[in-house]
Design a protein. Structure first.
Ligand code: ADP
Ligand code: MG
Length: 699
């Protein structure tokens, strides 16, 4: 073989016999580009076709696979412009029917006399009919999956065994794909180089890789399939954890230029000025961060802690440490309002100690902006606060050493890297209140050190949550009034499906007007929304903070980070439109002081998923439990996707189901990297190669 040719497993699927450019393009949409991709392309489910049921025996209400003959078929137009294809089908035991809505093309595909496989649920009420060809009689399946059999030799691939059913996109045919993959598995799986170290594989009792791949596509039994799947998932998770462990190990080999004076006049003065004592958890986390700053290699740490636990003050201590060491620090927040709030808190605590800070806000006058950029470039501004505006090219620092990213899940990987790129090996702290279940944290942040604040400051009032119906509005307003009468403040959150929609905005402002004029004339009500100018928003927030506004009607922009301790009541309109994580963030705006707080949901939603979400939300205020619930409800794909970590796409492993494997893979990866950081040992050569390819995998 000429050296320029791709190794057999890396050859493009396009050149495999029977594929060609059009099919290759379809396969590429499913993530299958090379022969190796195809071998790892996992079925969506399996059907046990070793023994098919008959129409007579098949239990109603359950999923069954039937092998039947098409006796007659019809295509009709029904109410609402929909189409209905109905086939009457039969086997030796009786007759039945299958119907499909809005798939008129099926009428052409079904030929009378042909044999087909149907997979679906038998309608509970349907009874087996007599063995005759009366249309509409007997058992019925609604929208079954359909597979044509042609009676040829090849049918043995599709019947008489446990058959894989692959995820498809439009235009790709199940039988065609099954045949293609069966061919490739037969021909090429033997070429797969097992990257799992042999002793490990043997210890777990796992089959060699080629055999596991064969089981994946053509299971000999469900037990064997489960073992093979575990082995393959572990292999994939191991690659992921190796990539993360290596990244982490490499970061530890870097040396940063900055040194810190951790205990000094500024940090001491800050401690004295604090109106409260740090909690044990805050002290511990602060120690962990300071330990990082003290090391030669840069800090790369995630600070997580539920809403209101007090992450900000930990950050302020680190900023003080940087300032007393003559270094610059940058704080990036996802919204203007949060950046302004941080700027205010930082100026309030550090300003009197002589630390100069500057906010790079939107909408600054050009001269003012130039001045601030100048202060950043000259090093005169010790602490710089801003939104993603901080990563703009024209923002240059004199001696940036510490980078803090708040609510980091709101930023993409690239944005974080850009900010860090403005310094030479900076110390990086990322903070999040979006609670992440441990398994996900391991998947996503295996390269970060993690610190967790797991306690709230003492004396916090309890937050209760109530779910009210539209019909209970009077009761709702009475509850709000009770809080306002005590001198507390409140939020009314009014979701705009689209920030830019004027219709929705009008609804929110009508709401604000209604509340002011008809419901709460005795207090000041104001509207805050995303389309306002930054300066206007900030003025409103300030007025709210100072207690000049009692009730703030707002779109979701109050979501992250805002801290107005006197606010103790929140009404959430249409809570069913929010995800659990968002609801939790919203509710986190109240209950930030000693006053008991009260979160009121107004919803008549009858939709199952929404009900289950809201129910969970009413039952607990524990962010980690809600996150677990969210994960179970929606699966990790969406969570991971939302968090913009697209650079790996797990093909076989599922971090919800495979938690134990994930932990095991993480330990194994750490052990391997500790022993052999670059994976140079011959025993792990295959692993090293796989890892290189894994890194290139399209996200
Ligand atoms: P988050 O972790 O959600 O960012 P913040 O840092 O905004 O929370 O803190 C929430 C509130 O708790 C703030 O008003 C802050 O001043 C207050 N706080 C923080 N730490 C303590 C503490 N140890 N004791 C009392 N109050 C605290
Ligand atoms: Mg915060």
């Amino acid at each position: 073989m000429p050296v320029t040719q791709a190794p057999p497993l890396q050859r493009a699927i396009r050149y495999v016999k029977g594929v060609g450019p059009a099919r290759a393009a379809q396969l590429a949409q499913m993530g299958v580009v090379t022969v190796e991709d195809a071998l790892y392309f996992a079925p969506r489910r399996y059907e046990d076709r070793r023994r098919l049921s008959t129409l007579r025996e098949a239990p109603p209400g359950e999923l069954v696979t039937l092998r039947v003959q098409v006796l007659a078929r019809s295509l009709r137009r029904i109410r609402g412009g929909r189409t209905l294809v109905e086939a009457s089908v039969g086997d030796a035991s009786g007759v039945g029917s299958a119907v499909w809505f809005n798939q008129p093309y099926l009428a052409q595909q079904l030929r009378v006399g042909e044999e087909v496989l149907l997979y679906g649920r038998l309608e509970p009420g349907s009874r087996p009919g007599p063995p005759s060809a009366r249309a509409g009689a007997g058992r019925q399946l609604i929208h079954p999956e359909l597979e044509h059999l042609d009676g040829g030799e090849e049918d043995s691939l599709h019947t008489g065994r446990i058959v894989p059913v692959y995820p498809l996109i439009a235009g790709v045919n199940q039988r065609w794909l099954r045949r293609l993959l069966a061919g490739l598995v037969e021909q090429d799986s033997g070429l797969l180089d097992d990257s799992l170290p042999e002793p490990l594989r043997a210890a777990k009792g796992w089959p060699p890789l080629p055999q596991a791949i064969r089981e994946l596509h053509a299971p000999s039994s469900f037990e064997a399939l489960e073992i093979a799947r575990a082995r393959l998932a572990f292999g994939e998770l191991l690659l992921l954890q190796l990539a993360l462990a290596q990244r982490r190990a490499r970061a530890r080999h870097k040396t940063k230029p900055q040194r810190y004076q951790l205990d000094g006049p500024l940090t001491q003065a800050l401690r004295q000025r604090l109106p409260f004592r740090l909690t044990d958890a805050q002290e511990r986390v602060l120690r962990e961060c300071c330990g990082d700053l003290d090391r030669r290699h840069p800090m790369y740490r995630l600070l997580q802690g539920d809403v209101g636990c007090g992450k900000t003050i930990v950050m302020v201590f680190l900023l003080a440490a940087a300032a007393q060491s003559g270094a610059q620090a940058a704080v990036m927040a996802p919204t203007e309002l949060l950046a302004e709030q941080h700027a205010r808190v930082i100026a309030g605590l550090l300003g009197p100690l002589g630390v100069s800070s500057t906010l790079l806000a939107q909408g600054l006058a050009p001269a003012e902006r130039r001045e601030r950029l100048q202060a950043i470039a000259s090093g005169e501004a010790a602490v710089v606060i801003g939104t993603h505006a901080l990563i703009q090219q024209e923002v240059a620092f004199k001696r940036l050493a510490l980078v803090v990213i708040d609510e980091q899940h709101k930023f993409g990987v690239v944005q974080r890297a850009r900010l860090a790129g403005k310094a030479q090996e900076p110390d990086v702290l990322v903070m999040t209140a979006t609670p992440i279940p441990r398994t996900l944290a391991l998947t996503m942040y295996g390269d970060l050190d993690i610190s967790t604040i797991d306690e709230l400051p003492p004396g916090r009032g309890r937050t209760t949550t109530q779910w009210l119906r539209e019909a209970q509005r009077d009761e709702l307003y009475a509850l709000v009034r009770r809080e306002l009468a005590k001198g507390r403040q409140g939020y009314v959150v009014y979701p705009l499906i689209e920030e830019r929609s004027t219709v929705a905005l009008r609804a929110a402002s009508r709401m604000a007007k209604h509340l002011q004029q008809e419901i709460f004339p005795e207090v000041k009500v104001a509207l805050l929304h995303g389309q306002m100018k930054p300066a206007v928003k900030e003025r409103l927030m300030q007025a709210f903070l100072r207690g000049q506004i009692q009730l703030l009607v707002s779109t979701v922009i109050v979501e992250v980070g805002l801290d107005v301790p006197n606010a103790s009541v929140m009404v959430i309109e249409h809570p069913e439109r929010f995800g659990l994580a968002q609801l939790h963030q919203l509710r986190g705006r109240i209950g930030r002081s000693t006053y008991p707080a009260c979160c009121l949901l107004v919803s008549d939603s009858a939709e199952d998923a929404a009900r289950s979400r809201l129910q969970a939300f009413v039952e607990t205020t524990d962010g980690f439990r809600l996150a677990e619930h969210d994960l179970a409800l929606r699966g990790p794909g969406e969570l991971l996707g939302r968090m913009q970590h697209g650079w790996w796409r797990l093909r076989l492993a599922d971090v919800t189901r495979d938690r134990a494997l994930l932990e095991a893979a993480r330990q194994e990866a750490q052990a391997l990297i500790a022993q052999d950081p670059d994976l140079r040992e011959p025993a792990v050569a295959a692993l090293r190669e796989q890892l290189a390819r894994f890194r290139q995998r399209p996200g």
